[in-house]
Design a protein around this ligand. Sequence first.
Ligand code: HH2
Length: 285
Amino acid sequence: MPVRNARSLKLRDGRLIKFPAVMGVLNVTPDSFSDGGRYLDPARALEHALEMEAEGADVIDVGGESTRPIGARSVAGEVELGRVVPVLRKLGAKLRVPISIDTRKAMVARAALDAGAAIINDISALGADPAMAALAADARCAVVLMHMRGGPEDHIQHARYRNVALEVLRYLRARARYAIRAGIAPSRIILDPGLGFAKNTAHNLSLLRALPRLCALGYPVLVGASRKTFIRRLAGSSPQSIAFGSAAVDALAVASGAAMVRVHDVTAARAAIQMADAYAGRSMR
Ligand code: HH2
């Protein structure tokens, strides 16, 4: 059974991530949809990670493969490793906050854990690589299990549901059970509805409204809305509109019970979730 709505996540090295938490995105890719190419250079990546830490990020999520809806290309494990390992080595020496690795490949996750990462963020919910679940269980690291259909290349074609909230909820509950059977402690599991992954604007909104039901499964819930297409559609496409629209969704998510938000604009998200958490009567730090 999960630890019912814990207020923090304990990492394998004893560090605590207190909720609500901000996960800052560090894409070490040439083609990510909003920041592709900016942080391929490890020195530049470190600078940006330290900036996000200073702005209030609780975790830095490092990814070496873009998963954007249109035009993302899978990359070979060696290419992904070549992108993330030099960055992880640099971050490990300088960053105080924990690091998560955004990957579907066990070989990349293993190298990242060796370089000090504490969380595996797997958008395939341990489904893409048969070695991933055993690796996470042995390493005693935390895992993010995200809902998606199809692969990053074609997920948009799979955005068809009878009842998106129910289907996502059932899927995530089943993946959590799979993780537990593989030996991953329930207290190390985080669930994520995967906004934008095989979901259109209406699906994303339904999932946001269903967050209290997803949170009621008892696991911490992570929401990644930052700069996604549905925000551009609803809030406007100027950089400010996208940033404010993203922060609004972060606030709604935390007010609905989410434990963590995955964001590009850390200052805005930090302020938004602090307000939402106080509104929900959970904290007034
Ligand atoms: N979204 C993206 C990537 N990884 N991981 C989780 N757990 N949840 C998400 O919603 C999520 C994720 C896509 O966003 P981004 O990293 O900005 O873009 P790209 O995949 O193009 O690098």
